[in-house]
Ligand binder design. Structure first.
Ligand code: AMP
Ligand code: MG
Length: 411
């Protein structure tokens, strides 16, 4: 049975990025760039003014105030109308090309005008307030390398070069299949012994959160034919995630049917808790994750295995959630032999994070997941983690790292 880390390595070693598609730049934010973007021209394309003011020769301004004759006007988008003679200035707006002869721009606030004369009131350095040709980007330079996650800054650069279509990795289409005779869909009567199929929705939300596309297959009933037909459908997507039916019960058919469909099974148990009965395999190059049915286990094993794999398929290089050290605020005990992922809430203090168990760690208790800001890693060999010790916490609520949420911050 692989350890948690080994299981992750097995998964990731078997995942390849999906193909490339060209999407409208409007749809490109949040996607991963699939090809290097090379600048087709330089930026700026000409020397231009960084201020509204006057373009001058700095030599004319050595004694202040310097009096210059205004001989022209270049607005943004305007054109140069010849060289500027000594003793003259050109009224110029931000972004307008700087005419030949001039080597500085004086902001309008540092001048005074009288008729066709302008008085320069402050010292002028050669080159001041000019954006020089190619100082931002040079022609032929790789401005955004393949593999970059496109944020607004990258979109701005792409737009500046007129890239209406952007080559990005494809979004993964992820089929989600719940299994079990006890399940009903939302809207159907929930009689004693029946539960709503919530895993399909939580997994779909988790898939959406990383920019992949869920394909909900519904419920496979606990019989061979129902499993088979749904799985055949699911194997048409880029990845298949099943929940429940993967342990050793007499109705746990997931592994048996996947095996008959030709799945190459790479593991079917992991030395971890929750999530021990998690299976993973490859079918026709596509990953198949068989997650346990308990809602908490299915969410945690999605986090552990499916999330990094799907991110890799979509070209991401940061596959894992951030991990922080936190001071544990409760004693924690367990049996040795399995790595435990403990749901904890985190509070941010000046001296770092403090981690509080979010309650009894049974996997059927959904509410503990609501309070889970992070999963604290309780290493397999240990039996006791004492209050005050440092634990590694896999952050689930990443906004906690972006600053102190008012409600979470104290001390
Ligand atoms: P199983 O592995 O099939 O024995 O399922 C384990 C437990 O997970 C079941 O007792 C159900 O309570 C729960 N469960 C299974 N599938 C779902 C689902 N789709 N939504 C919510 N809970 C589920
Ligand atoms: Mg079942």
């Amino acid at each position: 049975m692989p350890t948690f880390d080994e299981a992750r390595q097995i998964v990731l070693a078997n995942i390849r990025p999906l193909g490339v598609e060209r999407v409208s730049i409007l749809e490109a934010a949040g996607r991963v760039l699939a090809e290097d973007i090379v600048a087709p021209w330089c930026m700026p394309q000409c020397d231009n003014s960084a201020m509204d003011g006057f373009a001058v020769r700095s030599d004319d301004c050595s004694s202040l105030p310097a009096s210059l004759r205004i001989t022209g006007y270049i607005p943004a988008g305007g054109e140069i109308c010849g060289e500027v003679e000594p003793g003259c200035a050109i009224r110029i707006m931000t972004g307008a090309p700087v005419p030949p002869g001039c080597d500085g721009v004086v902001p309008v606030e540092e001048t005074r005008e009288e008729g066709d004369q302008v008085f320069i009131l402050e010292p002028v350095k050669s080159g001041q307030h000019i954006r020089f040709t190619a100082e931002d980007v040079q022609t032929g330079e790789t401005i955004i390398p393949a593999g970059t996650l496109l944020r607004t800054a990258e979109i701005s650069m792409l737009a500046s070069f007129g890239r209406a279509l952007v080559p990005v990795y494809r979004r993964a289409r992820v089929a989600i299949l719940s299994t079990g005779d006890e399940l009903v869909e939302m809207g159907e009567p929930v009689t004693p012994g029946r539960i709503i199929n919530s895993n399909s929705l939580s997994l779909a939300a988790a898939v959406r959160e990383i920019g992949a596309e869920p394909v909900i297959l519904g419920i496979a009933r606990d019989n061979w034919e129902s499993h088979r037909s749904k799985m055949v459908e699911g194997l048409k997507a880029d990845a298949l995630i099943t929940s429940a039916g993967v342990s050793a019960g007499d109705r746990d058919l997931v592994r048996i049917v996947l095996d008959e469909l030709g799945l190459e099974q790479l593991f079917w148990k992991v030395e971890m808790k929750p999530g021990g009965p998690t299976a993973f395999g490859i079918h026709d190059g596509k990953p198949v994750f068989s997650l346990p049915g308990n809602p908490v286990s299915s969410m945690i094993t999605f986090e552990a295995f499916a999330r990094p794999a799907l991110l890799k398929m979509m070209g991401h290089s940061r596959l894992f959630r951030p991990v922080v050290s936190a001071t544990l605020m409760n004693d924690m005990k367990k049996k040795p032999g399995k790595l435990n992922l403990i749901r904890v809430s985190l509070e941010s203090y000046q001296d770092g994070f403090r981690a509080y168990s979010s309650g009894v760690q049974q996997t059927a208790l959904l509410r503990t997941m609501l309070r889970a800001d992070a999963l604290a890693v309780f290493p397999s060999e240990l039996q006791l983690l004492e209050k005050g010790s440092l634990v590694q916490c896999i952050i689930l609520r990443e906004e906690l790292l972006m600053g102190c949420e008012a409600s979470k911050c104290s001390g």
